[in-house]
Design a protein around this ligand. Structure first.
Ligand code: HDL
Ligand code: ZN
Length: 423
């Protein structure tokens, strides 16, 4: 919900009123959540919601298995409600839930009107049991003040593909993003799948195979109305290099993104399955070179690159890279960076070096109600940073109107993305 403007103007003598106005406006400005793992209702069980899903989020599983004596195998053998019971007991009752992921569950419950002081898991389960998915999405998006969210759509996912093939016609609350990790990171298996899908691809990456991959990408981008294509990449991602990934990237993926005028999102620095026993919670992080990104931005000027890096140590040089390349848009405090202390550090760095030409945050939500806490916590930090920056401005004698603050907040909370995507 966006409130109407008061028409006020703020100068150096209205510092407190300015800070209050920035906080109110950042809270009131709807956001486009450009990277989530949420799904529109027709995707069925892929759309996760409710207290048991919130409590068994892989961030909490990792934290539970640090403090619990239960074996990995015993935990995975439990039914989900029993897993949630154990998380609740170990991380919320026997220890105060002060980690960001624990605190997030409580923020979500509280903002949905549930009494967290009761600590009654049974009451929470009963409340979620009665929810109608469509109405619940509207209620949750309203509380998170989300105008729309972008899904992560994997054309190789056997659970997701049938919904597209059954004629899914879209949902204004959810946009699609074509996620191509299997194609770029596991070519032999993807090659076999593309053949099964009926695309003319051979074992070697020659011109006919490139053309077959390109047809696949064109088909999926068009069918999904994909806002962008995305891939997550390991810390040692290299480009150029003599590899299947590099050939497919140069000769199929980037030409397709260019011709469809959509960005290509590089999500760099994830070391998959450092501890496989943790399953989805088993991925790690590594420092990555920015050389491949510099090369891609410089040598493919007609492509638009969105990027987020997973290592804290990459963040400053990423801001510098974005200053060098107008076809590069930095986004989000991804995954292990999505914590208030790091969101603050990164958002300050980004605004100081990039002004408003950045996307400060995405939620990465996997469970519907997580968008409430991920955006509540992030808006609080983004508002604090923005208020400080506006305070710096008026300290120089500059004045700023409420409409200008609203304009700039809208840029950070979606406008910069949409301008880039539509450029
Ligand atoms: O690759 C990704 O998109 C990551 O966000 C992973 O899905 C990760 O498991 C995650 O949920 N991070 O928040
Ligand atoms: Zn993600």
């Amino acid at each position: 919900m966006a409130a109407t403007s008061t028409g006020a103007t703020y100068g150096r003598d209205q510092a407190d009123a300015l800070r209050a106005a920035v906080t109110r406006i950042v809270t009131d400005t709807p956001v486009t959540d450009i990277h989530t793992h949420l799904y529109a209702p027709p995707f069925g069980e892929l759309l996760l919601f409710g207290i048991d899903e919130l409590l068994t989020y892989h961030y909490l599983v990792a934290e539970l298995l640090r403090v619990s004596n239960v074996s990995y195998d015993a935990f995975w053998a439990m039914p989900k409600p029993a897993q949630a019971d154990l998380v609740w007991k170990e991380l919320f009752l026997e220890r105060s839930p002060i980690s960001e992921a624990c605190r997030g569950v409580l923020t979500a419950l509280d903002r949905l009107g549930l009494d967290t002081a009761s600590r009654s898991l049974g009451d929470y389960r009963a409340w979620f049991r009665d929810r109608d998915p469509n109405a619940h999405i509207d209620a949750v998006f309203a509380r998170a003040n989300i105008s729309s969210a972008v899904m992560t759509n994997d054309p190789f996912d056997d659970l997701e593909r049938p919904t597209w093939e059954a004629g899914y016609a879209g949902d204004p609350r959810f946009h699609a993003a074509l996620r191509i990790d299997p194609l770029l990171n596991a070519w032999p298996a993807a090659n076999r799948r593309l053949s099964q899908f009926g695309y003319d691809v051979g074992g070697s990456i020659d011109t006919p195979t490139i053309n077959g991959v390109r047809k696949f990408l064109d088909d999926r981008i068009t069918r999904m109305k994909a806002l962008y294509m995305a891939v997550s990449l390991p810390p040692d991602f290299a480009f150029p290099e003599d590899s299947a990934r590099a050939k497919l990237l140069e000769h199929a993926v980037l030409p397709a993104a260019r011709d469809h005028h959509i960005p290509f999102a590089l999500m760099v620095g994830v070391t998959r399955q450092v501890n496989p026993a943790l399953r989805l919670a088993g991925d790690g992080v590594g420092y990555a070179s920015l050389a491949p990104l510099h090369h891609l931005c410089a040598h493919f000027p007609d492509n638009k690159f969105m990027t987020t890096y997973l290592a804290r140590e990459n963040q400053h040089e990423l801001c510098v890279a974005a200053r060098k390349f107008r076809n590069l848009l930095v986004f989000g405090c991804w995954w292990f960076l999505n914590n208030p202390s790091l969101i603050d550090e990164m958002t300050r760095m980004r605004i100081e070096m990039l002004g408003l030409s950045v996307v400060p945050q995405h939620s990465d939500a996997r469970v519907l109600e997580q968008v409430i806490y991920k955006w509540d916590h992030s808006r609080t930090v983004i508002a604090q940073v923005l208020a400080d920056k506006f305070a710096d401005l008026v300290r120089s004698g500059w004045t700023v109107t409420e409409d200008e603050i609203r304009r700039d907040a809208a840029t950070l909370l979606g406008g910069a993305f949409w301008d880039f995507a539509r450029r």
